[in-house]
Design a protein around this ligand. Structure first.
Ligand code: 2HG
Ligand code: ZN
Length: 494
């Protein structure tokens, strides 16, 4: 394509005509054009990306959404589409480009819970329902939707599925992928894939729902899903423990697993540095232990049994671990309010780190046995690279996913620190690779990390991904610039 053709196909005039037509079809409230209204859709939670859009589309249902996609597809390159849920991505998964040629497609008006079946233990929800609203609806029906992530108040089902979210309960229930029985989605040509099946067994060709889950909106737009629910637990116990090393944290995990693997609902790790930031920067987040510890574990046990023995199990394991010195100190929640308070100390880590200054995040995973090695070796590498950097890893130890996050040194220049993000991520990822891990465990690739794909997923794997993308979205209409790198070369490579 010549540059003249490129300029023509991005023509703002064609786009303006398209937006007029979209406004007509989507009706009142269906299209936002005023920059004051579109601005919140153009920046991400981390503040890494600031784009521009000529319109935010807000269809009120699948049919409208499909029609909008058909219109955009018919307009060629004039309007590519960035699907957006709660806009909570940590990797710019819904970041909008800077030239205005991308339209945001917000699922916020598609927020109905279509059905809950307590016998089949399924719920059918639209993509714009927040994860918290879906959890609450499941609970009201006497069931449990076990997906739980720190941003669940804003994150929506569509985004959670598009990114195959993991979160706090993966250790027991798996990732989002394991909880999806069916999806409804709109493909890039505007056709509707009606796959809202509620079946546990359904081997009828390619599992398209599983290709869409984790595709970050690049292969189709998930508009609704059938989720597998679980029985609600009758006993829940939560404890916060201080430990003196990541090895001790792993040792404690093994103790619980030996005692009763089926009781572990969450097993979370926090560094002393991360916890100190939460205590200092988040109101009403006070450490309930007598002394701060170098590292912490938050463990949640749960069971549907009603025999009152879960507390015994928790106390037996903690008692033994305290005696051997594997645990330094521990507090057990005595009420639902105390449980929530202990969880708050964990869930506010991202917010506290944001308040402390610039962050470089490494959402990495390694085999569980190697988590202590990861923490030690990556810490050493980062200390060497940036003396004084605040090393504040935390995360889902039970499934091997650690958020190896760095907070700028106190008093340092935020932008200068962030300018070194690739250098820092590369140093951490070198350790992750040596430990047979992954550079992105649960947050996805988004706009931040496609540059890593050739190194980590190159060759036949990346080539096959490109062919799948081309087959389902030949014009590159959906979520441009995410997951797949523009070239096979690393930036800066000779
Ligand atoms: C969490 O586990 C989220 O709290 C956010 O995945 C992690 O801030 C982060 O890096
Ligand atoms: Zn996480």
């Amino acid at each position: 394509m010549t540059s003249e053709e490129g300029a023509l196909s991005h023509s703002p005039r064609t786009r303006a005509a398209l937006i007029d037509r979209l406004a007509e079809r989507l009706g009142p409230g269906g299209v936002l054009r005023d920059p004051a209204d579109t601005a919140p859709f153009c920046s991400d939670w981390r503040g890494l990306y600031h784009g521009r859009t000529d319109a935010v589309l807000r269809p009120n249902g699948t049919e409208q959404l499909a029609e909008a996609v058909r219109l955009c597809a018919g307009a060629g390159d004039a309007a590519r589409i960035v699907p957006m849920g709660g806009n909570t991505s940590m990797v710019g998964g819904a970041a909008v480009g800077e030239d205005g040629s991308e339209l945001v497609l917000s699922l916020s008006r598609m927020n109905r819970i279509r059905a809950i079946d307590p016998v089949d233990m399924t719920m059918t929800v639209e993509a714009g329902v927040t994860l918290k609203a879906a959890q609450d609806a499941a609970e009201a029906a006497g069931c449990l939707l076990p997906l739980s992530i720190s941003s669940e108040g804003s994150a929506t089902i569509g985004g959670v599925l598009a990114t195959n979210a993991g979160g706090n309960n993966t250790v027991r229930y798996g990732n989002a992928r394991e909880l999806v029985l069916g999806v409804e989605a709109v493909f890039a040509d505007g056709s509707v894939f009606d796959g809202l099946r509620r079946l546990r067994k359904d081997n009828t060709g390619y599992a398209l729902r599983q290709i869409l889950v984790g595709s970050e909106g690049t292969l189709g737009i998930i508009t609704a899903a059938v989720l597998q629910l679980h029985p609600r637990p009758n006993q829940i116990e939560v404890a916060l423990c201080g430990v003196d090393s990541p090895e001790a944290a792993l040792d404690l995990f093994q103790r619980f697993r030996r005692a009763d693997p089926s009781a572990i609902q969450a097993f979370e790790y926090m560094s002393g540095t991360g916890m100190a930031l939460v205590n200092a920067l988040i109101p009403d987040a006070t450490l309930p232990l007598a002394e701060p510890a170098p590292h912490y574990v938050l463990v949640e046990l749960a069971t549907v049994r009603q025999d009152g023995t879960l507390r015994d199990l928790l106390e037996a394991v903690l008692g033994e671990a305290l005696e051997t010195g594997a645990v330094l100190d521990a507090v057990i929640a005595e009420s639902r309010a105390q449980r929530l308070n202990l969880w708050k100390l964990r869930e506010e880590h991202a917010e506290a780190q944001k308040r402390a200054g610039g962050n470089v995040k490494n959402d990495v995973s390694v085999p569980v046995s190697r988590v202590p090695d990861l923490i030690r070796r990556a810490s050493e590498a980062c200390e060497r690279l940036i003396p004084g950097v605040r090393i504040a890893p935390f995360g889902h130890l039970g499934d091997g996913n650690i958020h190896f996050n760095l907070v700028q040194p106190e008093g340092a220049d935020r932008d200068a620190f962030l300018a070194r993000d690739h250098e820092i991520m590369d140093a951490v990822c070198a350790v992750v690779r040596a430990l047979d891990g992954s550079f992105s465990a649960e947050h996805g690739v988004g706009k931040l990390k496609p540059y890593m794909m050739p190194d980590w997923r190159g060759g036949a794997e990346l080539a096959a991904m490109r062919r799948v993308k081309h087959a389902l979205d030949p014009a590159g209409l959906l979520n441009p610039g995410k997951i797949l790198p523009e070239t096979e070369d690393r930036p800066g490579a000779a």
